[in-house]
Design a protein. Structure first.
Lengths: 567, 292, 231
């Protein structure tokens, strides 16, 4: 009986660790293999507190959460500078450094000898002694952690995490401060792992560094991968599978000297096989799509962007004014003293030969590239050098040539995440969402559906974005852009890659935006599109705006023809 | 001063062994784009192959040959069985990396089951102590540095002076152009895995002769190698060697200031400094500003 | 006909870029392929060469179907492709680059190398220099030289003048003309400098939104004053 209890406790332990690591790996796409370090920090913090200060279980848990949360924030710093393979190595490093501290800080941790005699917890006068008494406590805390994580991942906060996983650049362009989200998710994941550490220390009553090795971090990763990244239920299943499967060795009379190795061998094989045949895991992200039923059309919402009356036109002042913008890449001038204006409520076409600096201009205006010189004014306020998310929040939204959709999110979520000023993006609000949060979410959902309706994607609202056709993806990118409620829309090649038959539909949509008071600037190479859209064209060459006027006057200028077609 | 010289020499000896693993790991990463963590266990397989052959009565030189050939075989098999199928389905780099970690764990534990986790020493190398100018080392240490140097220079010569070596560099520089001129990239990948794996084995075998080896010897080796490659700059073979030497020397000189238990942390300290100050590594090409 | 494409459909993933393209190039002629950015010109060259799979339609080379054949085999058969930007191995020396041009048949033929050196003497002078350190114009000559090592019958050129100063644009296009004259190589030339390209070409195709919108004699197009209407 005790054996079964022990196995169940282990499952609960790895369920907590798996769920918390899933927040990093599965939801935010942060491949930081250092979770055993947080686990260990939680265990040591509460063990030390119990042994030296005589403080109980809950105090230990609180301290562990605080310390691991702080370490999480510290680990996040290098993690913010690097990504992909680099992040893996850096996280290995942090894991090994934490392990070294546990092993070598003899005065505090007693090194290899470890810390024995950790008391069993006492809760509200109830002393937990035997494993079977411990089990309900373990299960209750695990359930609590799971519910917390679930609340987080289903909140607007969790939606942003997934967006970061799919495309950091696009997430910034929607006005999200991705640094804040990454640091917070490290803190939360670290804190949850510390809770597991606390439970573990008080259960085993003895800890030493060898429970918190790199191998342990990889094992926790395996729980998430095998179970299914991006789905919390998957981590529960992963914990069951990876804890129970090696236990079967006990019944196969395997000598204890090799049972450890066989246990590891099994999960190594599982990792390889899953990567090859089922990379989404047993219970992957989209296996658990919420059964929301067919999308209901937004009740009574107009099938077009809510016509927000354009703010009082500041008669003489253009919405955006760029002056003297210069940007050099390794000796090549991409922008050279670029000056241009975008008057409110107009569609301006940006044309020019290859390498004229059109996309670079967008990148500098939106803060993705720093300018070497020059200033950008929006509504008369200087915005030069602001971070991309700040520029976006002021009301400038840009699209990307390569769309940068959140491929593995639903169509609806792609648009929802773009909604501005969602209070549920704050960690506290996400965790303690009440009726107000639900009301706000319902309003945003209706708005998102209205935009999907506007681009005629409503029937696809619950589809995964990557399953859309290319033309549909372009429409989705437009809907996402509109959902930001930005007033200035910078569109980078909105019709490229569309079949000749669908180009016209896209043009009609863009024209309707201008009718509703939006200011639009379009980079486009297909001159039919320019002629069909813009009342005003700015001609760029060599990073400089050398002419502006109606499409007719621009195309009548022989000097510009020479620049465009060569002499 | 003597202590400094001794530690410096120790650092160069350690660094030269790191360099073999780092250069081979860097060659594979730079050419195939595979973050080949399992290279660590290929390294260990070389040592255990030699140990196994020596145990069957083969003379030491033949056992070394078996170890090197065994490592090459394991490396090629991992490419064919694990990586190639994943590339075929356009798996993401992350998926390949996880599969590589899994492979490392599987083979490391397979070795542990076959040979137990006790340290194994490969006997039979005529080892003598030498003291020059107050600095002590053994003939085995001299062999380590010499072997590393020869293999390193041999690799550079091969890459620069042979048609096949040129093809490898061509694939590393531009896979698309390589395809355009008709280079079979699949074959080049196989070759690179074979060469890289064979190159790492001598380091493992020498370590097994010196202080013995354990099944998990590859984990530490591959971490150091990965750090060395990032420090030196991805895509540069000399950079990887330089990174390895820096880490070997830093770890050993660090002992003058920091207790030696912290050696593992020193390597990562170097890494963090480089990642923060010079993310493209010491000899690596500056990464182009990502197109937005 | 040297190469002939019929109803070619191709693209990247879900993004279809060619919507049924047909064109032909005869032995020894220079054909210009022009059109706005994103019209599908590069996609067309890559599909002809075998770097991208055709999703529909057919490519015939020398009368035989080669649709979907690997690029490596096409190279051996006399097709050469110079991609946009760096058609060279920047980390290797100039000499090594030229050697690699002959990779698919073993080694570069010394006579043909000499002919390339004769055409671009700078490539001989800079033999041991790392290709990435050459100037933009020299890099483009190396790209052309590399593509010529096997003396191809057809050269697919993707914007050889991209990023070059106006003087160099002229030089590079003159080289293309010279290659055509000396070796009888047919050329399918994608070029932004429309007028210069038209001056050296015999025929021209205009692409728009993944389709051929016009085929004409280059001279006739050059004489038109409303080029804007074609883009």
């Amino acid at each position: 009986m005790d054996y079964v209890v022990h196995v169940l406790i282990n499952i609960a332990l790895y369920a907590i660790l798996g769920v918390s690591f899933n927040l990093l790996l599965g939801y935010t796409g942060l491949f930081a293999v250092s979770h055993a370090a947080f686990f260990g920090i939680g265990a040591y913090a509460s063990a030390l507190l119990a042994l030296h200060a005589g403080l109980g279980f809950l105090w230990g848990m609180a301290l562990g959460i605080v310390v691991a949360g702080l370490v999480g924030a510290v680990i996040a710093l290098p993690a913010l500078r690097v990504s992909g393979d680099y992040l893996v190595i850096v996280s290995f490093g942090l894991q090994i450094i934490v392990f070294s501290v546990m092993l070598n800080w003899q005065d505090v941790t007693r090194g290899v000898a470890g810390l024995p005699g950790i008391p069993r917890p006492t809760l509200l006068g109830w002393k937990v002694n035997t494993p079977s008494e411990y089990l309900p406590l373990f299960l209750a805390v695990a359930a609590l952690c799971f519910l917390l994580a679930r609340r987080l991942t289903r909140s607007p906060f969790g939606r942003v995490l997934k967006a970061i996983r799919e495309d950091e650049v696009a997430t910034q362009a929607l006005g999200k401060n991705i640094t804040r989200f990454k640091v917070l998710v490290f803190v939360v994941a670290g804190a949850l792992a510390a809770v597991a550490g606390n439970l573990y220390a008080h259960y085993i009553t003895f800890i030493n560094p060898f429970s918190f090795t790199l191998e342990e971090s990889i094992f926790i990763m395996a729980v998430v991968i095998v179970g299914g990244a991006g789905n919390l239920w998957g981590s529960l299943l992963g914990a069951v599978v990876l804890v129970v499967m090696p236990e079967s060795l006990r019944f196969l009379q395997v000598p204890p000297t090799v049972s450890g190795a066989i246990r590891q061998l099994i999960y190594g094989v599982l990792l390889v096989l899953f990567m090859r045949f089922r990379p989404q895991g047993l219970w992957g992200e989209h296996a658990a799509r919420p059964a929301t039923g067919p999308p209901r059309p937004p009740g009574g919402t107009p099938a077009a962007p809510p016509a927000k009356p354009a703010r009082s036109p500041l008669s003489e002042q253009p919405l955006l004014e760029v002056s003297g913008l210069t940007k050099t890449f390794g000796g090549i001038r991409a922008l050279s003293n670029l000056s241009m204006v975008l008057p409110q409520g107009t569609i301006t076409g940006l044309i020019g030969p290859n390498g004229a600096g059109k996309t670079t201009a967008f990148n500098v205006i939106t803060g993705f590239l720093p300018a070497d010189a020059g200033v950008v004014h929006y509504r008369g306020v200087e915005i030069t050098g602001l971070a991309p998310y700040r520029v976006a929040r002021l009301g400038i939204a840009r699209s990307f040539q390569d769309l940068r959709l959140f491929q593995r999110m639903t169509v609806l979520d792609n648009v929802l995440v773009a909604r501005p000023e969602q209070s549920g993006e704050r960690l506290g609000r996400a965790l303690a969402a009440g009726a107000r949060g639900r009301r706000e979410e319902a309003v945003n959902r209706d708005a998102a559906l209205a935009y999907l309706d506007f681009v005629q994607l409503l029937p696809k609202a619950d589809e995964i974005a990557e399953n859309l056709s290319y033309a549909e993806q372009k429409l989705l990118a437009l809907a996402r852009l509109l959902a930001t409620e930005a007033e200035l829309l910078l569109l980078d090649e909105p019709t490229s890659g569309l079949a000749p038959t669908t180009v016209g539909d896209m043009l009609a949509l863009i024209r309707r935006l201008a009718d509703r008071g939006k200011t639009v600037c379009v980079i486009e190479h297909n001159l039919d599109v320019i002629k069909g859209l813009s009342e005003r064209v700015v001609f760029l060459d060599g990073g400089e705006a050398i002419a502006a006027g109606t499409p007719e006057t621009i195309m009548a200028d022989p000097r510009l023809a020479d620049l465009y077609f060569g002499r | 001063m003597d202590l400094f010289a001794q530690l410096l020499v120790n650092g160069v000896i350690a660094g030269s062994l790191y360099a073999l693993v780092a250069c081979s790991f860097g060659l594979i990463l730079g050419t195939t784009g595979t973050f080949h963590f399992a290279h660590g266990v290929v390294f260990a397989a070389g040592a255990y192959g030699a140990y196994f052959a020596a145990g069957r009565g083969l003379p030491l030189w033949a056992a070394v040959g078996v170890g090197i050939a065994g490592a090459a075989l394991v490396g090629v098999l991992i490419e064919v069985v694990v990586y190639r199928p994943l590339r075929k389905i356009s798996a993401s780099p992350l998926v390949i990396l996880i599969a590589s970690l899994g492979t490392l764990i599987v083979l490391e534990n397979a070795i542990a089951i076959g040979f137990s986790t006790d340290a194994k020493v490969l006997e039979g190398f005529p080892r003598k102590g030498v003291i020059i100018g107050g600095v002590g080392f053994t003939t085995l240490h001299v062999t380590m540095v010499a072997v590393s140097l020869v293999v390193f220079l041999g690799l550079l010569a091969f890459l620069h002076w042979t048609r096949t070596g040129r093809a490898i560099r061509a694939v590393a520089t531009s896979p698309e152009m390589a395809e355009i001129v008709g280079i079979d990239t699949g074959r080049v990948f196989l070759l690179v895995f074979a060469i890289g794996s064979a190159m790492a084995a001598p380091a493992a075998i020498l370590i097994m002769m010196d202080r013995g080896g354990t099944p998990d010897m590859g984990m530490e080796a591959i971490l150091i190698a990965a750090i060395a490659v990032i420090v030196g700059g991805i895509g540069s073979v000399p950079g990887a060697a330089l990174g390895a030497l820096i880490i070997g020397v830093a770890q050993n000189l660090g002992v003058m200031q920091i207790p030696s238990e912290w050696q593992a942390a020193i390597a990562f300290g170097v890494l963090l400094v480089v990642v923060i100050l010079r993310p493209h590594g010491l000899l690596g090409k500056k990464l182009k500003k990502a197109e937005i | 006909m040297l190469i002939e494409a019929a109803d070619l459909v191709a693209g990247y993933g879900t993004k279809q870029e060619l919507h049924g393209v047909s064109l032909r190039v005869a032995a020894g002629e220079i054909v210009a392929l022009i059109g706005h950015n994103g019209a599908g010109k590069t996609t067309l060259l890559k599909t002809l060469f075998g770097l991208l799979p055709a999703l529909g339609g057919e490519v015939r080379y020398g009368g035989r179907p080669i649709t979907g054949r690997r690029a490596a085999l096409n190279v051996r058969d006399g097709l050469s492709f110079v991609p946009q930007g760096h058609g060279i191995f920047t980390d290797l020396t100039v000499g090594e680059n030229l050697e690699l041009g002959g990779y698919s048949v073993g080694a570069a033929d010394p006579d043909r190398l000499a002919a390339i050196h004769d055409l671009f003497p700078i490539l001989k002078e800079r033999q041991d220099q790392r290709a990435g350190t050459l100037s933009g114009g020299q890099q483009q000559m190396l790209a052309l030289g590399l593509a010529l090592v096997l003396r191809p019958k057809l050269l697919l050129l993707d914007e050889p003048s991209l990023g070059l100063a106006p003087v160099l644009v002229q030089r590079v296009l003159e080289s293309v003309q010279e290659i055509n004259r000396r070796f009888g190589t047919a050329v399918l030339l994608v070029e932004q400098n429309v007028k210069q390209a038209l001056r050296i070409a015999g025929r021209v195709y205009v692409m728009k939104v993944g389709q051929i919108s016009l085929e004409d004699r280059a001279e006739a197009l050059l004489a038109r004053r409303d080029l804007w209407q074609l883009f």
